[in-house]
Design a binder for this molecule. Structure first.
Ligand SMILES: NC(=O)c1ccc[n+]([C@@H]2O[C@H](COP(=O)([O-])OP(=O)(O)OC[C@H]3O[C@@H](n4cnc5c(N)ncnc54)[C@H](O)[C@@H]3O)[C@@H](O)[C@H]2O)c1
Length: 274
């Protein structure tokens, strides 16, 4: 698996919570990559996941690398579970500097009239409500530490991608981040969002074929797909004191896809097909 190449202890002394810190299968999703990189950079990390075994894999990776982390099995759509995650982290490590709201899932493609009401509610709960609940319980501790929120949205929160619930949930997450940036700015707390584009992660691996991956590369100005480490590198920067003057932004990590006009992307695909 790809590995980050340099370590500077950029989060030394800090404590972080990463939600969705496990990954499907053996690969590396964004939560696992962020938790691992944060720990390699000196943070002590609370690894939150619905599936304890997934987070345990991340904990083992971190322990093997000499880092410090513990697992909290919890459903972050449940407010009392979120309160417990925060309380356990602060009880164990004495402070909280960084909250990463990473959980999310992309269901509900197709036309709105075919979307079951329960699926709309579930997407909003996992992708948006979880971030509000975790942020609510983390906020007093982040204020005490002059810490940072980092939220993992999606390019689907910036441009329409064809899912009636996913895009709106991620757009609202970006808006939530902006509100937090303004609400807690005077407390020295920063809030920023990352909008990943086409990543090749264990989740995506299940439904994309090679022609689909090739199309993704063709429309990207950089000509490549991203992976979870690209998101982790951006999150590390936003979580660290290096970003002390940055708040309220949404950083696209997408190879430049968000900057391409639809017609230009189509022309690239058509030129390739000739
Ligand atoms: N993979 C991509 O290409 C891509 C692109 C854009 C945005 N994103 C966003 O990145 C984030 C992570 O994606 P990934 O591909 O790494 O996902 P993933 O499914 O590999 O990992 C997410 C983890 O979150 C856990 N989880 C799910 N619901 C939970 C809940 N209610 N409480 C606690 N844990 C829960 C899962 O068990 C899983 O281990 C998501 O927010 C996703 O929307 C991913």
């Amino acid at each position: 698996m790809p590995q980050p190449s340099q370590y500077w202890q950029r989060l030394a002394g800090k404590v972080a919570i990463v939600t969705g810190a496990g990954s499907q299968g053996d690969g590396v999703g964004t939560g696992k990559a962020m938790a691992y990189l944060f720990a390699r950079e000196g943070a002590r990390v609370c690894l939150v996941d619905l599936k304890r075994d997934r987070a345990e894999v991340t904990r083992s990776m971190i322990a093997e690398a000499g880092g410090e982390a513990f697992v909290c099995a919890a459903d972050v759509t449940d407010g009392s579970a979120c309160a417990q995650v925060v309380a356990q982290t602060v009880a164990r490590y004495g402070r909280l500097d960084v909250l990463v709201n990473n959980v999310g899932f992309g269901a509900g493609g197709g036309r709105l009239e075919t979307l079951p009401d329960e699926l709309w509610d579930r997407v909003m709960a996992v992708n948006l409500k979880s971030a509000a609940l975790m942020s609510k319980h983390a906020a007093p501790h982040l204020v005490a530490a002059r810490g940072a929120f980092v939220h993992i949205a999606s390019s689907a929160g910036l441009r329409a991608h064809g899912g009636a619930a996913y895009g709106p949930s991620k757009a609202a997450l970006i808006a939530l981040s902006r509100e937090l940036a303004v609400m807690y700015g005077r407390d020295g707390v920063r809030s920023n969002t990352i909008a990943p584009g086409h990543l090749f992660t264990p989740l995506v691996e299940q439904f994309i074929d090679e022609p689909g991956r090739r199309r993704r590369r063709l429309i990207a100005p950089l000509g490549i797909e991203g992976d979870a480490w690209d998101v982790a590198a951006a999150a590390l920067f936003l979580a660290s004191d290096e970003a002390r003057f940055i708040t309220g932004v949404c950083l696209s990590v997408d190879g430049g896809v968000n900057e391409v006009a639809a017609l230009a992307a189509l022309e690239r695909l058509e030129a390739d097909a000739k």
